[in-house]
Design a protein around this ligand. Structure first.
Ligand SMILES: Cc1cc2nc3c(=O)[nH]c(=O)nc-3n(C[C@H](O)[C@H](O)[C@H](O)COP(=O)(O)O)c2cc1C
Length: 228
């Protein structure tokens, strides 16, 4: 199976995507579960981190997933390393992050093994630059390569200056990602790194974690299902 949610085929309604934030939480949870049967999917996640100032929040995201019982692997762009230390990510995820495309963790038997390891690839934060790469289908670094090969659901959490988010190129690129079936979460209105208020702030780590967790049934639901 390629994704949590079936990849959309282009049709008329695709011209008017509605932001995930407008869907009710319950509707979204039901849709994700129905599409995948997540009950039997391993609690694993790959976190991709790109070179945004919001990368300082990546450790909090990893901590949240590890606490929630997820096996977590990280993969960074080279610019991300200017904003968050690989050693911090290694310590919190209990695994060394992948930092370049030659890393043997990425390749196993000449095959992008990580592409099949987890049902979710979460890119948080995602820069305007990286979103453009995804939209163009480039594979010039470890994270863009993995995104191309990834078999499960790709979730993108943009973080950038308001002007970058409003630029027609970014809007077009984000629209392209929606056509690929990627989930786009945020960005939100709030204080940006510049100190200005605008749209471009990454969705808060806790909200991301809760939303990803909702793809899997809760422990209570699992027990209820197993008793049927
Ligand atoms: C201090 C600083 C903060 C930045 N923050 C962002 C950001 O929040 N979002 C963004 O899209 N780019 C941001 N950039 C620009 C990216 O780092 C730049 O586009 C880089 O090439 C992204 O590389 P990557 O997408 O491969 O990680 C920032 C640059 C600097 C110097």
């Amino acid at each position: 199976m390629r994704s949590l949610t079936a990849r959309k085929s282009p049709n008329k309604s695709e011209g008017q995507p509605f932001p995930p934030s407008l869907r009710s939480v319950r509707e979204e949870r039901e849709r994700a579960r129905a599409a995948l049967g997540m009950a039997f999917r391993p609690r694993r996640i790959v976190l991709g981190v790109t070179g945004s100032i919001a990368a300082y929040k990546a450790p909090e995201i990893i901590r949240g997933f590890v606490k929630a019982g997820f096996e977590t692997r990280c993969i960074l762009t080279s610019r991300a390393k200017d904003f968050v230390a690989p050693l911090t990510l290694a310590t919190l995820s209990h695994y060394p992050p992948i930092e370049n495309e030659n890393d043997s963790q990425l390749w196993e038997m000449a095959h992008l093994s990580l592409a099949e390891w987890a049902p979710v690839l979460l890119i948080a934060p995602a820069t305007a630059d990286f979103i453009a790469k995804l939209a163009a289908g480039l594979g010039d670094n470890a994270l863009s390569l993995l995104s191309l090969a990834f078999k499960g659901q790709v979730i993108v959490c943009p973080a950038m200056d308001g002007g970058m988010w409003e630029h027609p190129a970014t809007k077009r690129n984000v629209e392209t990602l929606r056509h690929f079936g990627y989930e786009i979460w945020g960005p939100e209105l709030g204080e940006l790194a510049s100190g200005k208020i605008g749209i471009g702030r990454m969705v808060e780590p806790q909200a991301i974690i809760e939303r990803v967790k909702s793809f899997w049934p809760s422990e209570k639901e699992r027990i209820r299902k197993s008793r049927r």
